[in-house]
Design a protein around this ligand. Structure first.
Ligand code: DAH
Length: 336
């Protein structure tokens, strides 16, 4: 019934040179007001017996025109481009990956542990929840010692027998109960004290404990090893001094100072004009400690030392506020 010439339409489509012209032809034939739509629209007015055939013809025509348009469309688009839009362009700059790094406290712990491992020490860790015995009694700390009261130690609820360890020294008791001498151990770990937070106090900080037990261990062994430690961490020009002190778990005891890292001993505001900075406590292990762990104090001697990691890190890097270590400020952390 239609009087459209299919060959003419095909020729018309073939002549097209651009996708704009092709779109015009698509609208002319297949658009909402195009010829096919017009053919469809008159079907309801036809005699009933003509309608089905008219519909089929219009559909067939539509399909053929669609095929011509599609064919022309792909020949206009040219051959498939080799690099499509979403293919990998290796000349584009990559997306930089943000790499994490060790926290400065972890770095200092690793550095100090490495120094002692090179001298034959092994690393031992202990639990942060400790018994009253390991934290105090086993270390010869008397019942009336101020560090035992609740202003200086976090006790767990409903018990005075369990607490958050206030130093890493209880691992001396654990390690010595577990192994017979010779023993050379360093213990890194968290410790807790109920201090108000300020520029030099946190209620959780880190310590590294070290101790060595064998027949014939002398104070000079302690001095030699601590000197190697201090010079590796703070540089070969640092000076050290041992100052007599008291700790219940060592006898004799000493605090160790290094020459001020800022003024090199002349005296400045960082060292309180003294020229020296305290870095750790140490001494020869008290015979009572050996008795608590079942070592014979006549047979064995040993030294021990303990230091605050945050303090060492602050002196090493010139950091003046301990709270910086727990603020997670990347501008601070990325400097290490
Ligand atoms: N435990 C002491 C503290 O927390 C530090 C210490 C001093 C540890 C002397 C020792 C030592 O092993 O011999 O202040």
């Amino acid at each position: 019934m239609h009087n459209l010439d299919l060959a003419a339409i095909q020729a018309e489509i073939e002549k097209v040179n651009s996708s704009v012209e092709l779109e015009e032809l698509r609208l002319k034939y297949l658009g909402r007001k195009g010829l096919i739509a017009q053919m469809m629209s008159i079907i309801p007015d036809l005699a009933p017996e003509e309608r089905s055939q008219a519909g089929q013809e219009a559909n067939a025509l539509k399909n053929q025109i669609t095929a011509f348009l599609r064919q022309k469309g792909s020949s206009l688009a040219g051959p498939e481009p080799k690099a499509t839009a979403d293919a990998l362009d290796i000349t584009m700059p990559g997306i930089a990956q943000e790499l994490g790094q060790m926290h400065p406290i972890t770095q200092v712990i690793n550095e100090i542990c490495d120094i002692f491992m090179r001298m034959g020490f092994s690393i031992v860790e202990g639990p942060e929840i400790e018994t009253e015995f390991n934290n105090f009694t086993g270390l010869n700390i008397p019942l009336d010692h101020p560090s035992r009261d609740a202003f200086d130690t976090f006790y767990l609820r409903d018990t005075t027998k369990l607490l958050l360890r206030s130093h890493t020294s209880p691992v001396q008791i654990r390690a010595m109960k577990e192994k017979k001498p010779p023993l050379a151990v360093v213990v890194p770990g968290r410790v807790y004290r109920p201090d108000a937070t300020d520029a030099s106090h946190l209620f959780m900080f880190h310590q590294i404990e070290g101790f060595m037990v064998d027949k014939g261990i002398k104070f000079s062994d302690l001095k030699g090893m601590l000197e190697i430690f201090a010079k590796s961490v703070f540089g070969p020009d640092i000076k050290m001094r041992f100052r007599p002190h008291f700790f219940p778990f060592t006898e004799p005891s000493a605090e160790v100072d290094i020459s001020c890292v800022i003024c090199h001993g002349k005296g400045c505001s960082s060292c309180g004009r003294k020229g020296w900075l305290e870095i750790l406590g140490s001494g020869m292990i008290h015979p009572n400690v050996f008795k608590h762990v079942g070592y014979d104090p006549k047979k064995y001697t040993g030294f021990a030392f303990g230091m605050g990691v945050e303090r060492i890190a602050m002196l090493k890097y010139g950091i003046n506020d301990i709270r910086l270590f727990c603020e997670n400020d990347l501008r601070f952390l990325k400097q290490f």
